[in-house]
Design a protein around this ligand. Structure first.
Ligand code: CMC
Length: 429
């Protein structure tokens, strides 16, 4: 065995497989020739041991609780950067100069309006529609307004699609919310920054402008930064997989939004708040929630706990724990659910079940409490995650399209069904 190869001894034959090192982190075993060389495939539920791509965007070290976008630690970006600067970083690979940032911000600002015909689209949903359903459908529908931008291998079309998506997603989200509460839509304003404009569309009324508190706007911006990318998670892998068929960026992102909606992924932030509210209602009975989470016959999980990659702590949760306290203090607010969250974390972290399985609070455990403090209703929490994750989805999709090694995503299977049967007419069965 050489240093850049491993030998696989598969039934009767030895196969040399190349090693693919990362600049940091995991080294891969290249199994591209595995099936042709051995006649065998790999079986890896949930792709827990499989790298689906080579990437230069985000580095996560689950053992040490490290998260970096393009090499920059998440802690530094959350403290010093803005969401749009991070979006630029993810897309282009480097932090922008002052001029580049000003141009990027201006382009985003000038694409925030939706085509007026989209209003009819919102009107068609029932008032009770979950905003994630509207967000996913509206994102797919947006593609129909930009037929000239759908060529995934045209860099100009990709950049223009990306700008439009980042610009319009908050407008779509705010309209989905206004629709759900039966209030008129509020148009975007070009004199406001990204997060302030979104908060204004969410909470102002056409008859009455509400001044957005800069503390709230900055807090939202930080939350969006914390969600901006997380390498090959379920929704990002979905975006890449859909895009690998050369589906356009709007369609691919729409699929990612649907994947994010699930309670094991982004939908967990809504579940966490509902769980904390239930514990509050039950008179702070933590034991009940912990016992249910441990019961294998109960589908309930301790929402906001556990992670496929983080096995020590989730650095986003660590930032958020302090940040949530800080935001509540600065807003002069008090939330009994924050106290419940802190106590629940303490109880879980001294319980063998959670210790043995390396289950720590993840980003969703504290984000909901901050979103609530900023005035967002629970059903909008996963939408906020989607707005935050959008630049990551776009950057990963672009990287996938530009990678000459990309092939259409098409896994194999181990077939375990009936081998061959003769069809019987219904009267003979
Ligand atoms: N509560 C109770 N038990 C849990 C939990 C939990 N939150 N998470 C994992 N486990 C148990 C699981 O039952 C299994 O136990 P056993 O070994 O006895 O069968 C063991 O821990 C390993 O869990 P797993 O489901 O095999 O791990 P996974 O890597 O496939 O899943 C996860 C990761 C995040 C889906 C899972 O931890 C989970 O469901 N957590 C709750 C939902 C959640 O908070 N999701 C947000 C994730 S972070 C943000 C994001 O990606 O959206």
């Amino acid at each position: 065995m050489s240093e850049d190869r491993v030998t696989l001894n598969a039934v009767g034959s030895a196969t040399e497989l190349d090693l693919v090192p990362g600049t940091i982190g995991d080294t891969g075993i290249d199994i591209n020739r595995l099936r042709s060389a051995t006649g065998k495939v790999t079986l890896d539920f949930g792709f827990a041991n499989t790298a689906g791509c080579k990437s230069k965007i985000t580095y996560v070290n689950g053992e040490e609780g490290i998260l970096r976008y393009r090499g920059y630690p998440i802690e530094q970006l959350a403290e010093h950067s803005t969401f749009l600067e991070v979006a630029y970083l993810l897309f282009h690979g480097d932090l922008p100069t002052g001029d580049e940032l000003a141009r990027f911000q201006s382009e985003i600002t000038h694409h925030t309006l939706l085509n007026e015909e989209m209003k009819k689209f919102f009107d068609a949903f029932p008032k009770s529609a979950h905003p994630m359903a509207i967000l996913s459908s509206a994102t797919s529908a947006l593609a129909t307004f930009y037929p000239a931008l759908q060529n995934p291998v045209d860099p100009y079309a990709v950049e223009q699609s990306a700008l439009r998506l980042i610009a319009k997603m908050p407008t779509v989200a705010a309209m989905a919310y206004k629709k759900s509460i039966g209030l008129p839509y509020v148009y975007p304003r070009n004199d406001l920054n990204y997060s302030t404009n979104f908060l204004n569309m969410m909470f102002s009324l056409p008859v009455e402008d509400t001044e957005v508190d800069p503390v709230i706007a900055r807090a939202l911006d930080v939350l969006l930064i914390l969600h901006a990318d997380h390498e090959q998670n379920c929704s990002t892998s979905t975006v890449r997989l859909v895009g690998s068929s050369r589906a356009n960026l709007f369609a691919s992102v729409s699929a990612g939004i649907s994947a994010l909606w699930g309670p094991l992924h982004g939908g967990a932030n809504q579940q966490v708040l509902e769980m904390l509210a239930q514990i509050h209602e039950d008179g702070h009975d933590y034991k009940k929630a912990i016992a249910r989470a441990k019961d294998k016959d109960d589908p309930f999980r301790l929402w906001g706990f556990g992670h496929r990659v983080y096995k020590s702590f989730d650095p986003r949760a660590t930032i958020l724990r302090n940040f949530t306290h800080d935001v509540l203090d600065r807003l002069g607010a008090d939330d009994p659910l924050l106290e419940i969250a802190v106590q629940l974390e303490d109880v879980a972290m001294s319980d063998d079940y959670f210790i043995e399985r390396d289950l720590y609070p993840n980003v969703d455990f504290y984000s909901g409490i901050t979103f609530r403090a900023l005035g967002f209703p629970v059903r909008m929490f996963t939408v906020l995650f989607a707005i935050g994750r959008l630049p990551g989805w776009i950057a990963q999709w672009k990287e996938m399209v530009e990678d000459p090694d990309t092939r259409i995503g098409r896994p194999r299977q181990i077939y375990q069904g009936e081998v061959l049967r003769d069809y019987l007419p219904v009267t003979d069965r």
